[in-house]
Structures are given as structure tokens and as C-alpha cells.
Design a protein around this ligand. Structure first.
Ligand SMILES: *Cc1c(COP(=O)(O)O)cnc(C)c1O
Length: 394
């Protein structure tokens, strides 16, 4: 079957993607590109990866039929419970896979970037597990905002490097990590936390997260007697949980794909992270994609109440899915996400991450048939967001 929505051999999804890196990194990216597929597809890797996902992460994550939410939205709504994974979100699926790959490549030193700290914690966790040296770049402002995650990473043995350039947030943390990689290319493995960055990262991360849709297929078969839903729904920061959710259904046009990006205070407010609605094509962090930028190509500082969605770009897979109209992308604002988080909590007893609350906030914008089978990925749990929720208590 033709793979219309997957990366081609150069990492392009239509006009988006590729590997736009400084010359010093050319060799590292090339090395990674040359080995990742054969490693990921080897029996030895698959065995280790699947064992860790089962015994360490706690997979398969349940597919839960949310009865009260289904009644409210007039469909059969299943929640894919990535919030129940070890460390509280889907990010661990990816870090487990990348650290196994790093070991196979003989790398000794792991670096990562983090915004909210979730990817930093997931990386520090697998570094502790595998006894690898771990350095995490984090904007100074995020270090202050995400204190608990910083302490967790330190407890896990990671070195946190606060970045004080520019807006002192995720964008600069990624740049600092790339600079580190440029200075120590041979011994370092850079674990990127989302489906972004130069090829092969978006494709590699999508494959490592595709366990989500692999499980959805089996679980739906068992519960519904058919292995596909009518709708798949996920939030998008960089796009990794969404990529994993849709991966095995990309070419299956029976399945509608609905994604939610962070509208912030509204896509016309100037305070938004909606890079698909408001972005224009350009190169960010090694990939050609849609970016929040001025006509002169300066990055516009993104804004969202959710730190995990507060990124000025989007993975190239999703830029292409939106452009080709394979996915419907809705912008969900801060207030809508907060409302949705309370709704899920009160109707189902599940406190979602603020990021996941954005896709829940898309539900009121949909119109379903009662027979529609909808699978919505709850990418993470809300423990880290309790303070924000309490500040907006109803
Ligand atoms: C990091 C994060 C996201 C956003 O990242 P994606 O790569 O778009 O999945 C979404 N949900 C949670 C819980 C996160 O921690």
C-alpha cells in the first residue's frame, strides 16, 4: 500500500520535514538515519522494548469506555489511558525506545531538552534505569515554574542546565541541546521528546509511539468487533502522542482524525500556540514546518496555559496532515481546556493533564452520531497541573 502520510526516505511529509542541520551535525544525523530503522525493526530491540513497555511502563494502557462522557456527547467514547503509564504520560514510550537505541549505538552520554519537565523526567528516568549520564537543558523560567519536575530529575541523578538566552523557555532549551550535540557529537545521544527536529527524529518518535495505535487496534477488535474507530482524537504540542494515536490508521480513510492545538487566549489574540492555524512555513530546530513567526522570520513567543503545548512549531507529519486535510485541526483555548478538565474529573473521576484537556475541549465542537466509535487519547495525568486547576477552581 502506498504510504501517503508517512515520511519518505529523506524525512519529508509532503513539503514538510527533512534534516536542516548545521554542518557539524550532518554526520551525527546521518549516522542515526542509517541505523535507526534496522535497530527498531530488529527482533532483539523489539523484545527488549516490548518487555520494558510491559513490565516497567505498565502497558498495554487500558482502553476505557467512558459511559457518562459518552452519554453527554452522544457517541461511544473510549479513552486511551496514557495517563496511567509510569511517570504519568506517553513520553516514556519514546524515551525507553531511544535509550535502547543509544546503547546499541555505543553512546555513553544522554542529553535532552525539556519545557514543562515531563520529557526531562522521562529521560532522567530511563537514564537511571540504564545507568547512563544525563544532562537536561531547560529554560531558566521553566526551571522556576516547574520546580517539582526539576527536583525529580535531580533525584534521578540528572544534571539540569538552566538556559538564560532569549525568552528562557523551551525554544532556547532546544537550541542549547543542539549546541551541546554539536560540541560532543561522537559520544552523545540527543533524546528528542516529540515528533519534531531533523529527520529521522519525527519518524523515529512516531514509530516508538505507534504502540498506542497498535494497542487501540487490538483493544477495539476485542470490544467492538472491528479494529478501527470512526474518530481518533489527540492533542498536539509537537505531535508525538497524536502521531502514536493515528500511526496505524493514517492510510485508513474510514477513520476521521481530529487534533487539538493550543489556542491560548484565542488564535487572534497574539497569545497563542496554534502553529497550524497561525503558522507559516519555515525551518525550526532542523525541520521545515509551520512556525509562529514574523514576516521577517523571527520566532513569535508562543503562549498556552499548558507548558507541554507551548511550542512555536509543530511536527512535520501534522503540518502535512493539516495541509492535505487528512486531519481536522481545532484550536482549543485555555478556558475551554480548563472547563473540559473539570468535566472529565467530575464525570469520570479522571484528572487529565492540561495538555490532554485540550483535546477533551474539542468534544463540544464535534457532532457525532450515537453509533460513532470515538477514541480519544488522554496523553497524561493532571497531578503536575493541580496548582493551575486550583487557581481556576469552580
Ligand atoms: C509533552 C506532552 C504533550 C505534548 O507533546 P506531544 O509530543 O504533542 O504529544 C501532551 N500531553 C502530555 C501529557 C505531555 O506531557
Amino acid at each position: 500500500m502506498e504510504k501517503k502520510f508517512q515520511a519518505d526516505s529523506n524525512g519529508y511529509y509532503g513539503e514538510f520535514g527533512g534534516a536542516h542541520v548545521p554542518e557539524v551535525l550532518g554526520k551525527c544525523v546521518e549516522e542515526l538515519k542509517n541505523v535507526y530503522l534496522s535497530v527498531l525493526e530488529s527482533e532483539e530491540f523489539k523484545k527488549e522494548y516490548m518487555e520494558l513497555l510491559r513490565d516497567y511502563v505498565g502497558r498495554p494502557s487500558p482502553l476505557y469506555l467512558a459511559r457518562r462522557m459518552s452519554q453527554k456527547y452522544g457517541c461511544k467514547l473510549y479513552l486511551k489511558r496514557e495517563d496511567l503509564n509510569h511517570t504519568g504520560a506517553h513520553k516514556i514510550n519514546n524515551t525507553v525506545g531511544q535509550i535502547l537505541l543509544a546503547r546499541k549505538m555505543g553512546k555513553k552520554r544522554i542529553i535532552a531538552e525539556t519545557g514543562a519537565g515531563q520529557h526531562g523526567v522521562a529521560t532522567a528516568t530511563v537514564c537511571a534505569l540504564m545507568d547512563m549520564e544525563c544532562t537536561v537543558y531547560m529554560g531558566q523560567i521553566d526551571v522556576e515554574r516547574q520546580h517539582v519536575n526539576v527536583e525529580k530529575m535531580r533525584m534521578l541523578g540528572a544534571t539540569i542546565v538552566p538556559v538564560t538566552d532569549g525568552s528562557m523557555t523551551l525554544t532556547e532549551a532546544v537550541e542549547a541541546a543542539i549546541n551541546d550535540w554539536c560540541s560532543h557529537p561522537t559520544e552523545t545521544f540527543y533524546i528528542i521528546g516529540s515528533a519534531v527536529g531533523p529527520h529521522p527524529y519525527p519518524d523515529m518518535v512516531a514509530r516508538l509511539q505507534s504502540i498506542i495505535s497498535e494497542e487501540i487496534k487490538e483493544q477495539l477488535m476485542e470490544k467492538e468487533g472491528r479494529d478501527y474507530p470512526d474518530y481518533l482524537m489527540a492533542c498536539i504540542g509537537g505531535g508525538s502522542n497524536a502521531a502514536g494515536t493515528v500511526y496505524h490508521y493514517l492510510e485508513d480513510e474510514r477513520v476521521n482524525i481530529v487534533l487539538a492545538e493550543a489556542g491560548g487566549l484565542g488564535i487572534d489574540s497574539g497569545k497563542t500556540a496554534a502553529s497550524i492555524h497561525r503558522g507559516t512555513p519555515g525551518v525550526l530546530h532542523g525541520s521545515r514546518t509551520l512556525i509562529l513567526q514574523t514576516p521577517e522570520g523571527e520566532i513569535v513567543e508562543p503562549y498556552s496555559i499548558s507548558a507541554g503545548l507551548d511550542y512555536p512549531g509543530i511536527g512535520p507529519m501534522h503540518a502535512n496532515l493539516a495541509k492535505e486535510k487528512r486531519a481536522t485541526v481545532l484550536a482549543v483555548n485555555d478556558d475551554e481546556a480548563l472547563e473540559a478538565a473539570y468535566e472529565l474529573t467530575r464525570l469520570e473521576g479522571i484528572i487529565p493533564a492540561l495538555e490532554s484537556a485540550h483535546i477533551l475541549g474539542a468534544l463540544p465542537k464535534m457532532s457525532f452520531k450515537p453509533t460513532d466509535v470515538v477514541v480519544l487519547t488522554v496523553s497524561g495525568r493532571g497531578d503536575k497541573d493541580i496548582e493551575t486547576y486550583l487557581n481556576h477552581l469552580k
